[in-house]
Ligand binder design. Structure first.
Ligand code: GAR
Length: 217
């Protein structure tokens, strides 16, 4: 079967990109990365892509007057390659509604909280401040409203007494590196459907009262 072709969008360190690069290094993994795009030059994620021999493009949002013109340039750059699925991996730009609609159901994101809890920024500190006893990460399809969209996989971690934001971030990141390649694999294997804005995996939705059809611990 042909491999699913990915474009990974980053803005920084690229550790989630690395988890996808590592997964794709296995011949049996059903996806491959066609392109890495960063909106910031010189970031570690670009070096990771180059080391892996993956084409990279930098499209700096600073060079554009509007979000729409930035997104148009992004779209043009992506369409020069064969891409089936866009993966946001620490990409810290909000995409225009038009861009999100164009890539609807072919655009996924990883976020370091148990969505729908804690959308937006600084979520680990906010989780600690809220006194929750568990947090985690979510891979979801992207919709125009930030950090919303059908959830594919979540992983849970405990929030421990005395945790700093750095402690919790590190604990969550370990799980991010597990669930991002897992979600991409499920999509590549054609096991993921969206019905009424809920993900079904092999035809099964989230358990009663839950948001994610697949949660790992
Ligand atoms: C990750 O923790 C990712 O979940 C988060 O940025 C980090 C990027 O790390 N993304 C968001 O907060 C998006 N809302 P990485 O560059 O090492 O993959």
């Amino acid at each position: 079967m042909a491999k699913l072709k990915l474009c990974v969008l980053i803005s920084g360190r690229g550790s989630n990109l690395q988890s996808l690069i590592d997964a794709c290094a296995d011949d049996a993994y059903p996806a491959e990365i066609s392109l890495v795009v960063s909106n910031i030059d010189g970031v570690q994620g670009l070096a990771r892509a180059k080391t892996a021999g993956i084409p990279t493009t930098v499209i700096s949002h600073m060079d554009f007057k509007s979000r729409d013109s930035f997104d148009a340039s992004l779209r043009e750059a992506i369409e020069r390659f064969d891409v089936d699925l866009l993966c946001l991996a620490g990409f810290m730009r909000i995409l225009s509604d038009g861009f999100v609609e164009y890539w609807k159901d072919r655009l996924i994101n990883i976020h370091p909280s148990l969505l729908p809890e804690f959308r937006g920024l600084d979520v680990q500190q906010r989780a600690i401040d809220a006194g929750v006893d568990k947090s985690g990460c979510t891979v979801h399809f992207v919709r125009p409203e930030m950090d919303t969209g059908p959830i594919i996989v979540q992983a849970q971690v405990p929030v421990l007494r005395g945790d700093t934001a750095a402690d919790l971030t590190a604990r969550i990141l370990v799980k991010e590196h597990v669930i991002y390649p897992m979600a991409v694999k499920l999509i590549a294997e054609d096991r993921v459907d969206i019905k009424n804005e809920q993900v079904l995996i092999d035809g099964n939705g989230a358990p009663e009262g839950g948001f994610s059809p697949l949660t790992i611990y």
